[in-house]
Write a protein of this length. Structure first.
Length: 560
């Protein structure tokens, strides 16, 4: 977790500080209404499925249909959010969800709805929201200053859980009085305020001097960054495990309301409302929890509480007991997932924020999609109570993952470092020239060899996160003071990207390595073009096919 002084610095003004900014406040309020509509529609879809089929698997698949797109399209959606105008991406995605919701309303009103058609349209709506979420969430850092970012992340969670507190209850009333079609229509109307808020946002984007990445390359860059970021990998792994297990309580809640508590749509709405109310309580307690507990301690406490709550829902046949257990589950679920979310968002620099959040979204949605299918299938075989008790047992044992995957400390988000000047080049290069080999020679006193090698392991992850491959560190056997760092970049353009993706913290790590250098001469850097077969133009007048040259000397001077 963030140390208390850093935590205070990151939460200037408290949890409500981001609401002082008009753009964030407008989008936050509109998103709360949109979340309200989505949850009302979810109640309508789940209850409509219970009326069309007795299959527990089909009922659980409603949740899977809504969240599966988040797993399948999240990474491309995150890449698109980082490549394009996030406001335009969010607007386009929201229109997809609006079309799906409108179609669902019309079909249900016409009496043409079937279980399969309901699932397909839920997939369309889920796809729109999956495309929108990375663009929306990664743009929060553009709507508030860095000091208010953790509070803004928590407020987005509060927005969803305020909606979850009232949405299901409203959904239950709407479905009970006017049918599922009214829930679908209301969701359609509640998309409109968010469309208006995004339309009114006059986003100012900072133009990049380098060409935009291709989608395939941007996806690879995002995956590579995550694969070389231990803190993000641990957060994603722990989130996946807890979501697969914890999804049981949400996926099976309609069956708990119908078969365990012998209630109707109102009971189902009350249960979801209790879970959402707990989420609001948990969001309000996040600051205190982060001040008093480490990330690992918070996750352990939350998983134990959720496990106990799931067990109480399985064994308690009284609505009051189930409601109390769901309030506890909602509060601890919110705290746990906010710890994961803040950890991911603060671990990613701006250039890859959308892709990192998309990976987190894919993990969450994937966990819910897999869990919804798995728990529904298990319920068909053994019943609701046994399935929930199995989930409770697994959740109670899940803290053992911390023995291998301990949540790392969370540091403040690394701000982008100063843009570096392009290196001196005398060989004609284009964007596609490559591969490029970079060698950096250090002279290190032998008594500092072990400490230097340890720093270089961190530098390896930094280089690979930002685009390098084939990294190595070697020591000269005839001159033990001489160390050579070596890595590759696929093209000259990718090298320029890799060179300027470093955050201030990563640039400081480079300076830490250079501080070990001894001798009168500075650290020596060689940049060499590998002339593999087919990379040389054998005639001077042979066209290269690359019209977009990267010019030198067009950015401000930085460190070499």
């Amino acid at each position: 977790m963030i140390d208390p002084p850093k935590q205070q610095a990151l939460s200037v003004g408290g949890i409500t500080a981001p609401l002082r900014f008009l753009v964030f406040r407008r989008i936050w309020l509109a998103s709360m209404l949109s979340n309200l509509g989505i949850l009302i529609q979810g109640v309508g879809a789940a209850w409509a499925m219970t009326q069309m089929t007795a299959s527990a698997a089909k009922v659980a698949l409603v949740q899977t249909a809504l969240v599966l797109p988040g797993m399948l399209v999240a990474i491309p959606a995150g890449a698109i959010a980082d490549m394009c105008d996030r406001r335009i991406v969010a607007l386009f995605a929201l229109l997809i969800a609006l079309c799906g919701s409108t179609t669902l309303t019309v079909i249900d009103l016409s009496g043409l709805s079937t279980p399969n058609l309901l699932l397909i349209l839920c997939l369309v709506i889920g796809t729109g929201m999956a495309l929108m979420n990375p663009a929306w969430q990664s743009s929060v850092g553009e709507q508030v200053p860095a000091a208010s970012l953790p509070a803004a992340v928590a407020l987005n969670g509060i927005s969803y859980n305020i909606a979850r507190s009232f949405g299901p209850a409203i959904g239950g009333i709407v479905v009970a009085t006017a049918g599922s079609v009214a829930a679908f229509a209301l969701n359609t109307l509640l998309y409109l305020p968010l469309l208006a808020a995004l339309f009114l946002w006059k986003r100012v984007a900072e133009p990049s001097r380098l060409p935009r990445e291709q989608l395939s390359r941007a996806i690879i860059s995002g995956v590579r960054y995550i694969a070389n970021s231990p803190s993000i990998k641990i957060a994603l792994t722990r989130a996946l495990a807890t979501n697969v297990i914890g999804s049981s309580i949400l996926a099976l809640m309609p069956l708990v309301a119908r078969d365990v508590l012998h209630g109707g749509a109102q009971t189902y709405g009350l249960m979801l409302g209790a879970f959402g109310l707990g989420g609001v309580i948990g969001a309000l307690c996040i600051g205190e929890v982060r001040n008093r507990m480490s990330g690992e301690a918070a996750v352990r406490a939350c998983t134990l509480s959720i496990g106990g709550a799931i067990g109480a829902v399985a064994l308690g046949h009284a609505p009051i007991l189930a409601t109390a257990a769901l309030v506890l589950a909602g509060a601890t679920w919110m705290i746990m997932n906010t710890v994961f979310s803040i950890g991911v968002q603060l671990s990613a620099p701006r250039w890859v924020t959308g892709r990192s959040l998309a990976a987190y979204q894919a993990t969450n949605y994937g966990g819910f999609a897999i869990g919804g299918w798995g728990w529904g299938s298990l319920t068909n075989a053994v019943g609701v109570e046994i399935a929930l008790l199995t989930a409770a047992t697994l959740m109670l044992f899940s803290p053992l993952l911390g023995l291998w995957l301990r949540m790392p400390p969370i540091i403040a988000r690394g701000e982008d470092a100063e843009v570096l000047a392009d290196p001196e080049v005398r060989l004609p290069l284009t964007n596609r020239s490559g591969p490029l080999v970079v060698e950096i020679e250090y002279r290190v006193a032998q008594e500092n060899a072990r400490a230097f090698h340890k720093v270089m392991q961190d530098i390896q992850l930094s280089r690979q996160r930002n685009g390098a491959y084939g990294w190595s560190i070697a020591r000269d056997i005839a001159d033990p003071d001489l160390w050579t760092e070596r890595f590759h970049c696929p093209t000259w353009l990718e090298y320029l990207r890799q060179r300027n993706r470093s955050t201030q913290l990563e640039r400081a790590l480079d300076q830490q390595a250079m501080a070990f250098h001894i001798g009168p001469e500075p650290v020596r850097v060689r940049r060499m073009l590998e002339r593999t077969f087919g990379s040389v133009r054998w005639k001077d007048d042979l066209p290269d096919g690359e019209a977009n040259e990267v010019l030198r000397g067009d950015c401000k001077r930085g460190h070499s």
